[in-house]
Write a protein that binds this ligand. Structure first.
Ligand code: C5P
Length: 227
């Protein structure tokens, strides 16, 4: 079947040393968000992308990709969870499963999307792309002194897309929001309601463009044409 993707892009991007939100920085002549959306729309199981925008956003609708009939927009909220919930409200009642992807992850591969859907669909709740931690991981106190070394054995980086049963996802995000629980991705909301989330190993090249130096790395992966 065919799935919708919710693409939260309503944040303000404090971490990047630039005035415009990070998804509007340019890599190889195109904004990051356009790279991201065009990879998603190339996938045969993806029917449309719902882009969740900041009410002040004056850029998205000027981009050529905004004219694509498979691209729809809606307005986000205060927290990321509010924005994702706004995107989910845009979906049809009949849609049982859906994806959420970060606008600032343009280097995802079509293969990883297929793998995520194929594996996560077998369960009742869903799953996320993730990559194994490679560095030695340290836990510190607040003055940056090491307390101990964390075992790397079952430690992962959470990536996106994240693929979930939409009834579960809406309930989880609403519950976490009402309880003011700390959630930084969709999986953390599902974890919060105590449901199991599958980790599906994806490529570490699916980075989130957060720091200025990520731009060069993202450009390298994008121009490799590995999709
Ligand atoms: O801040 P962080 O990098 O975790 O944000 C991840 C994504 O969530 C970004 O694409 C950002 O635009 C989006 N977001 C949102 N609505 C908010 C806050 C963040 O759509 N209120």
């Amino acid at each position: 079947s065919l799935y919708s993707v919710v693409l939260p892009a309503a944040g303000i991007g404090k971490r990047m040393l630039s005035e415009i939100p990070k998804q509007y920085l340019t890599i190889a002549g195109r904004t990051i968000i356009e790279h991201t959306i065009s990879v998603l729309l190339k996938h045969p199981q993806i029917r449309r992308v719902i882009v969740v925008l900041n009410p002040e956003d004056a850029i998205f609708n000027t981009l050529p990709i905004a004219q694509n009939p498979k691209v729809e927009t809606t307005i986000g909220g205060k927290e990321r969870a509010d924005s994702v919930l706004a995107g989910l409200q845009h979906l049809d009642e009949q849609e049982q499963w859906g994806l959420v992807h970060d606008a600032a992850r343009p280097c995802l591969s079509l293969n990883d999307i297929s793998k995520l859907i194929a594996i996560a669909e077998q369960g009742d709740i869903g799953g996320i792309l993730a990559s194994r931690v490679r560095d030695t991981m340290k836990r510190s106190d607040t003055s940056n002194t090491i307390l101990h070394t964390e075992s790397r054995e079952n430690l992962w980086h959470a990536l996106t897309p994240q693929f979930f049963n939409l009834t579960e996802l809406k309930y989880a995000l609403e519950t976490a929001k009402n309880d003011k629980a700390l959630i930084t991705d969709e999986a953390s909301a599902i974890e919060y309601i105590g449901k199991p989330v599958k980790l599906i190993e994806g490529q570490a090249s699916n980075l989130k463009v957060t720091q200025p130096e990520d731009l060069l790395l993202a450009e390298f992966y994008l121009t490799q044409n590995k999709n």
